[in-house]
Each structure stands twice: as C-alpha cells, then as structure tokens.
Design a protein around this ligand. Structure first.
Ligand SMILES: [Zn+2]
Length: 509
C-alpha cells in the first residue's frame, strides 16, 4: 500500500515547509521538527537542531499522526444530509409524522419549493412501538410528496404522492426496503448537480477539519465521473477511492479500470477502488441475513432477513472483477451473509474486504486472516444499534462487532462511518472501537474493545500509527494526546491542522 501512496503523491506540491515543535502521538513526547518537501515527509529531527526550512508552522507541542481515512462513506448522501429535515431524534412513528407536519406546513421556511418532495433523513424504526400508518402520513404532508429515509439507508417511507411518483402505489404502508429503497434513493432529485457538488465540497472541508485525508466512497453512482468533475472544479481536500456497483462493472472492465489505479488529471487524488456488492440488508430494517430467525418475524416472508444476491451470482461477479484486476468490497451484516461472502472470497481468491461484518459465526472470525480479507467495520453502529441488537440478535450479541477477536486471529480492520448512517468523523469510530460506550452508558461487550493504537492503525491508509521520513505527507495535528485521552475526549478530539500531500487542507494554526 505504501508504494501506492508514494506513486499517488509523486506529482508533488513543490512546497517545502517545517512543522516546528511537534510531538509524535504514541511517541516519547520529545519535540521534533518535521520537514516536508514535495508532498513527502523529508526529515524528522529533534526540535531546534537543524536549519529552519521554508515556511514554518509552529505546532507548539501538538501531537502529530498520519492523516485519517474513512473507509466506508456514501459521500453524496452525506453531503445532502444537512439539507434534509432531521428525523434522528424521533423514537416513534407518531414523532416522525409530527416532524413531517411541521416541516411541510406552508408556514415553514423549508429550503425546497412545494413541487419538490420533502425529504427527511435519519429515522430508526426497528424499535417503534407504533405502526407505520400511510393515511396518517398523507394527512400531515400538506399536499407535498414526502420521502423519509431511514438512518441505515436500507428503508424508506413514502407518502401516497411519493409512492405514485416512484411507481409503488400498491404499497399498503409506504415502507419500501432494500432494492426498492435503493432505487428511490438514487433518483431523488433534490437539487441540480452543480449545487450538490457545492454541498460535496463543503462536506469535504468539514471532513478535513476532523483530520480526514481520504475516503472510500460507496455512493451508488458512476463515481469516476462525479469525482473527476468535482476535482476539476477545485474539490481537492480529500483523496477518494471509489466503489463500482454491479450495474457499472461492464463499463469499468471496458475502460480497463484496475483497483489502485490513480486517475490522470486528478492531482493524484482519485483512485479506482473495488467492486461493491450489497449481499444482504441491515439490522435496523431486519433484513440482515442470519442463521437464526428474527424474533417476531417467523410468520413473515423473510424471517431470517434478505439475501439480495445469491452466492452463485456473487461468485460470478467477484470472478469477473478479479480477472479484470478489481478487488471486491462486499456488504454483509448478518452471520449467514458473512459466511456466504467469505465462501465467495475463498472460491474466487479475490482480494478485498467484507463491508460491515457485523454479526459473525464463531468459525468465520479466523477466516478474515486466513483469506487475507479486510474486515471493514463501523464501530459507531454498535453504539447506535446496541439496543436493537439486544432485541433482534438476542443471545447472539457476543458475536456482534467482534473487533478484538478479528485482530486476535490475525485479521486486518479498516474503520469507517458509513456516513450518513453515522457522522463522517473518524474520532467517533476510534472512540467507539476503544470504549464501546457512548453517553456514559456501560460499555457494550467490552471484551471486544481494541486499543487506541489499533484503532488509529485501522484508520490510516497503510495501517501505520506513526510518522516516518519518506512517507507521504498526509498528516494531522491534534491538541490532545490520543493515547492519553478518555473516550469522550477521543470523540471530541480537537484537530488543529490537516495536511494532504504537504499542503494544508484545514488549519487553525
Ligand atoms: Zn454503506
């Protein structure tokens, strides 16, 4: 991976600068001067022992570590989230409808016109005590089409006007799941492309302000085009490695895209990622595909969840990708889905990752290391979903979010947010992975905690936790020593500068 980083950075920024008086996070605390040149770390030496070179940034004893990556985001969805009305605080269907009522009321100063659907984001219906009532939804929508997106992106709730628009007038409740929900998500036209690109740029700047230098974008789109356009227009705050969905696999193969390839004319920032396949659903939507039935779903069509892509089809997709030089990033949340996906990696010899890997059969934990497959996990989901898991995966939660066991078996972790499912902030993921606790609650399965060093390693591109001469100058300066921080302090880690390829993408210094 480090070879790739060097290649990506070679075009060089030409900037020569010195970060004076920094301390290595996890180091011995002695102040150092770090010299950056041409996008690389040229030298680290005890502070004040060499000539000060180029532009000087006085870091005043702040801690330095490698720039952070978020290995799983849906970036366009995330950029739009702040423009959608917020349902994250709702706990019942009635509370959701109250939010719709106040947002769609003619007196409200909603940013979108009345012809555009009202779009809300962030409800979690797994533990609702009341039912989704379509007639009640229609009554509070003030004549507007309304689309409500669940926090896990695997479910949407549409009112009758929106159901008609999207061809689902036969739905009794307005709740759509999995493929039907994804189709709606992809076709919400909330704003012109140029406007959304502006939101993307703002979201990229916000990520930089949290120490992020790179993302893996699993937006359901032909991401090569959208990111090339954005970078050409000046969105150069992040490195982006992008996923390719099955509907775009032919095109990727035709255009001879290979994982790890850096696209030309993108300042070295845009990289071809993996084939992305969503094999099952999610826990909140109770569509994650499991060995055991969900309590209360015995009489339904999908008592063990939903397998979106059968094993044979998955193997053939992954084989085609492998033959073309593309890695695979395969979504699996339930334990049965994870077994199928690991079987497919074994059958194809494909390289890549399992995305989420939330619930694992005991026998599968060691297979990540054995197959060389990365477990790409989002620790903050454990904090959001612990109560849902205790209800729907009752008696099985010792096999949920098994970060410690995967590492102990020799496996590799990559942390992410799955933004907008959780906010795009790697410090939330690091804190959740280390403490398995939020809001002062008792830690959830603390036996699966990992160390700060392990969480940082799983949040950097090459798994490193420290800064060395010769590496790409993707760096972050923080005001607190992460190794001495409490869970809450990790969560709110004050970032003072983020450096990508030797240049500041964010600074408060
Ligand atoms: Zn995702």
């Amino acid at each position: 991976m480090s070879e790739l980083r060097l290649r990506a950075a070679r075009p060089g920024s030409g900037i020569r600068r010195t970060l004076a008086e920094v301390r290595l996070a996890g180091g011995d605390g002695r102040p150092l001067d770090v010299v950056l040149e041409d996008g690389l770390v040229a030298d680290l030496r005890p502070a004040g022992t060499g000539p000060v070179e180029g532009e000087v940034t006085d870091a005043a004893g702040r801690w330095i570590l490698p720039g952070l990556w978020d290995f799983h985001v849906h970036f366009t969805q995330w950029a739009q989230t702040s423009r959608r009305f917020d349902l994250s605080g709702t706990r019942t269907a009635a509370e959701v409808l109250a939010a719709v009522d106040s947002h769609t009321a003619p007196t409200s100063d909603a940013p979108t016109g009345p012809d555009e659907p009202a779009v809300g984001f962030g409800f979690r219906n797994a533990l609702w005590p009341d039912a989704a009532d379509l007639a009640a939804f229609d009554r509070v929508s003030h004549g507007r089409a309304a689309i409500l997106i669940a926090a896990d992106l695997h479910c949407v709730w549409l009112n009758s006007a929106a159901l008609w628009r999207y061809g689902h007038s036969d739905s009794a409740t307005g709740i759509l799941r999995e493929e039907d929900a994804f189709a709606v998500l992809q076709s919400i036209d909330s704003a012109p492309e140029s406007v959304v690109d502006g939101w993307v740029r703002d979201a990229a700047d916000a990520a930089s302000a949290r120490g992020v230098v790179g993302i893996v974008d699993f937006e359901m789109a032909w991401n090569l085009e959208s990111w090339s356009r954005r970078i050409a227009a000046g969105a150069i705050a992040l490195r982006t490695r992008f996923g390719i969905y099955p509907q775009h696999l032919d095109r990727a193969i035709e255009e001879r895209l290979r994982s790890g390839q850096i696209l030309p004319h993108t300042h070295g920032l845009l990289e071809v990622g993996s084939l992305k396949v969503i094999t099952d659903g999610s826990l909140n939507t109770r569509t994650a595909y499991c060995v055991d039935e969900y309590p209360g779903l015995a009489a339904t069509e999908h008592p063990r969840g939903v397998l979106n892509v059968p094993p044979g089809e998955l193997v053939s997709l992954m084989s085609r990708a492998r033959d073309a030089g593309l890695e695979s990033a395969i979504h699996a949340i339930g334990d049965q889905a994870n077994t199928h996906v690991l079987d497919a990696f074994a059958a194809t010899g494909a390289r890549g990752s399992v995305e989420h890997a939330q619930l694992l059969s005991a026998d599968d934990i060691a297979r990540f290391a054995a197959l060389g497959v990365t477990a790409s996990v989002q620790p903050e989901h454990a904090m959001d979903d612990r109560d849902v898991a205790e209800r729907y995966w009752a008696g099985r939660t010792d096999r949920a979010f098994t970060l410690r066991s995967i590492l102990d078996a020799g496996g590799t972790l990559a942390l992410g947010s799955d933004a907008p499912v959780a906010p795009l902030d790697p410090w939330l993921a690091i804190s959740a992975a280390v403490a398995r606790s939020r809001d002062g609650r008792a830690p959830w399965h603390p036996e699966q905690s990992i160390s700060v060093a392990e969480a940082i390693a799983a949040s950097t591109r090459d798994g490193s936790t420290t800064v060395r001469a010769g590496q790409v100058a993707d760096l972050v300066l923080v005001d607190r020593d992460p190794y001495a921080a409490t869970a809450d302090e990790l969560r709110r880690m004050p970032v003072s500068a983020t450096i990508l390829n030797g240049r500041d993408t964010f600074t408060s210094l």
